[in-house]
Design a protein around this ligand. Structure first.
Ligand SMILES: Nc1ncnc2c1ncn2[C@@H]1O[C@H](COP(=O)(O)OP(=O)(O)OP(=O)(O)O)[C@@H](O)[C@H]1O
Length: 298
């Protein structure tokens, strides 16, 4: 549905970096209807640059962005919802006026804009602040307004640059519910985040970007199985030297010996552990998205 192919972008250099800075070095991925795509990467990896290119804020040096099978055009973007990294709200306008205004700007009629605004302010916990100027709100509440602005016109695609940063847990849950609802309605959602547990919980697929390149992409389950699990055994008070010759590493805390090993013969390790002492834990642990991320960007 949205398809990015081999995007490249170099920023002009200054006196310190005359050759410029390669921000994107061939980014490709696709997001399908109703798919939640988590875009993760270290600071400066290229996430914002990619999203800005999708939204037409920046132009790529080469590569392409297609929407519904044809080159993305300016008119398509009017039907997208975008939350930019540089938050842009009119500070003196009231919360409700602001959201309605952006709804109108994206083509909603007055009553549709009013209704969508009231619904979203309720969902995002802003109804009581509807008449307040944006500048009087806390940063987290300003963020909620920014999200309402991105969502008000019922967009066909959502591109959200760190939408969860700075939100309290209640607001995170409210936003998750809204995004999941939009996804269920067929809208593809791309969002960047450093909150990897949240990405793992929410996303159908994930792209890990490092130095302008996509270093891993796919479903969280697929990335996990590619990575393989870690065997973990905890033995209480084992005989000395019980793990000699076994693969992996052993850490000792008091009388608890913990062995962790990858790609090991689990049955052999279990036999040795049972012989050595009381086995308190034995299992294969799947890597978390944080483990996968660290491995991919290392
Ligand atoms: N306008 C610009 N001029 C020069 N360099 C830029 C510009 N915008 C971005 N860059 C550089 O491009 C690279 C990618 O930046 P980008 O903002 O896309 O990263 P990011 O993954 O969004 O990072 P973060 O997680 O910190 O928001 C960085 O090295 C950044 O310094």
């Amino acid at each position: 549905m949205l398809e990015l192919s081999d995007l490249r972008k170099r920023f002009a250099g200054g006196p310190d970096a005359p050759d410029g800075k390669v921000a994107l070095d061939g980014i490709s991925f696709a997001v399908q209807p109703g798919e939640m795509f988590g875009f993760v990467g270290a600071n400066g990896a290229g996430k914002t640059t990619t999203m800005r290119i999708v939204m037409g804020v920046l132009e790529a040096d080469s590569g392409s962005v297609a929407w519904k099978g044809r080159p993305l055009e300016h008119a398509d973007r009017r039907r997208f919802g975008y939350m930019p990294e540089e938050r842009g709200l009119y500070q003196k306008m009231s919360v409700a006026e602001q959201v309605e205004y952006f709804g109108r700007l994206h083509g909603l009629g007055p009553s549709a804009a009013r209704k969508a605004t009231a619904d979203l302010l309720e969902r995002l916990g802003l109804t009581e602040r509807r008449g307040d100027a944006v500048q009087a709100l806390s940063l987290g509440n300003q963020q909620r307004v920014q999200l309402a602005v991105a969502l008000v016109h019922d967009p066909e695609l959502l591109v959200l640059d760190e939408p969860f940063s700075g939100l309290d847990p209640i607001a995170v849950d409210a936003l998750v519910a809204v995004l999941q609802e939009r996804c269920r309605g067929g809208v593809p959602v791309i969002f960047s985040s450093h909150q990897l547990e949240l990405v793992e919980r929410l996303c159908d697929s994930v792209g890990i970007v490092s130095s302008g390149r996509m270093v891993a992409a796919g479903t969280v389950a697929g990335l996990r199985s590619a990575e393989g699990g870690t065997l973990r055994v905890v033995v209480r008070d084992p005989a000395p030297g019980w793990a000699d010759g076994l693969p992996g590493t052993v850490t000792v805390a008091g009388d608890r010996h913990e062995l962790r090993a990858v790609d090991a013969d689990d049955q052999e390790i279990l036999r040795r552990a049972l012989k050595a002492g009381r086995v308190e834990y034995f299992g294969v642990e799947q890597p978390t998205l944080t483990d996968i991320f660290k491995e991919a960007v290392a």
